[in-house]
Ligand binder design. Structure first.
Ligand code: KG4
Ligand code: ZN
Length: 336
């Protein structure tokens, strides 16, 4: 079975082909970062328009890379939510009409389910059950994944998502969007110990996160010390260290609470090297195994949508009609 996956929930247009025998045979992406960067964040209307422009050329490119034609594709998966409504509608309308016109099956995919299954595209894939830490620009949550489709949300951010905090902290210091990769690189030349940022909500029980205070802390620290040498790198270091420590503490707690021995980390922030190295320390802690997607499958991409669509189809799901049901908000534990 070959599944074409279409991702358009935010600012990346991704198309990929997942073949059940060969794995990912095509993965093409157009990032809109350059277009949105002058605004310091994603402009929804511009995002939708650009998805429209890029989908057809990317489809051609994916078919070429996968060395196949549309007739060889068995099903079309697309992201139905959560995300930017206009952007989602472009991908869903494109996916469903492409399927309809070519007499193919189409299947709706939950963006966060796609992220959390992304590590399964690797040769060493995690086995159920596991704790998933999903950290992206739009979401930060811990999930008990008992089986495919069986998700219990253990805790979420009560305000900003982890990636959003990286983006906002970068913006405060006049750095480029998206802030995650920029801060992470800058942190490498930052000095340990100059600033100590708080570890929000770690001093009380529970698995909720709060990252908006860190951004305010970064703003105040920056305003007070702006003219000093190496200030941006030192703030980047202290900020990243605080986010990483906080995520580490909560992951450890979630593993203890569930008794699960496997941790899966996914979403854009899972590309962060400091986070990976800290979480890999859990391997020495009662033999916890850690799994991540490969770098290009951390941030939004079509491959994870194609794979999640494949798993959904195998589980008997598929669209029953042509209605477009895109959802800007859609909790992971509300999937059918
Ligand atoms: O998963 P994703 O592509 O989009 C959403 O679904 O939100 O995640 C994008 C987010 C951005 O906030 C970006 O700053 C963050 O992931 N990000 C990182 C890194 N690479 C991307 N954050 C920290 N360190 C990184 N290396
Ligand atoms: Zn995402």
């Amino acid at each position: 079975m070959k599944v074409l996956g279409i991702e358009t929930s935010c600012d990346d247009t991704g198309i990929a082909i997942f073949d059940e025998n060969q794995g990912v045979t095509a993965n093409v992406l157009h990032s809109q970062i350059a277009m949105h960067s002058e605004y310091g964040g994603v402009v929804p209307e511009l995002a939708s328009r650009d998805h429209i422009r890029k989908l057809v050329p990317l489809l051609d490119k994916a078919l070429e890379e996968g060395q196949c034609e549309l007739k060889d594709i068995d099903a079309i998966a697309y992201t139905e939510g959560p995300g930017l409504m206009g952007a989602l509608m472009v991908g869903a309308a494109f996916g469903k009409s492409l399927a309809f016109a070519n007499s193919k099956t189409s299947v709706a995919v939950h963006h966060l389910e796609a992220h959390l299954l992304a590590p399964m595209l690797e040769a060493e894939a995690p086995a159920f059950p596991f704790v998933a830490l999903l950290v992206s620009g739009g979401h930060s949550l811990l999930v008990a994944v008992k089986a495919f489709g069986d998700y219990e949300i253990l805790g979420e951010s009560i305000d900003d998502a982890a990636g959003e905090a990286f983006d906002k902290t970068a913006k405060i210091m006049g750095l480029e969007y998206p802030g995650g990769p920029v801060i992470s690189e800058l942190a490498e030349s930052g000095s340990k110990g100059r600033f100590k940022f708080p570890r929000p909500m770690t001093d009380r029980p529970g698995l909720e996160f709060s990252f908006s205070g860190l951004k305010t802390y970064a703003l105040n620290t920056y305003e007070r010390n702006k003219s000093e040498p190496n200030i941006k790198a030192d703030i980047a270091y202290a900020f990243q260290e605080a986010v990483v420590d906080t995520l580490f503490i909560k992951c450890k707690r979630a593993l203890e609470q569930t008794g699960f021995k496997t941790l899966v980390v996914a979403g854009g922030v899972s590309a962060n090297k400091a986070l990976r190295s800290k979480l890999n320390g859990l391997r020495n802690f009662e033999g916890i195994e850690t799994f991540y997607p490969r770098h290009e499958f951390c941030t939004d991409n079509g491959a994870m949508v194609a794979y999640a669509g494949y798993r959904r189809l195998k589980a008997g799901c598929q669209d029953s009609d042509l209605t477009i049901n895109t959802k800007a908000r859609w909790a992971l534990d509300e999937i059918d």
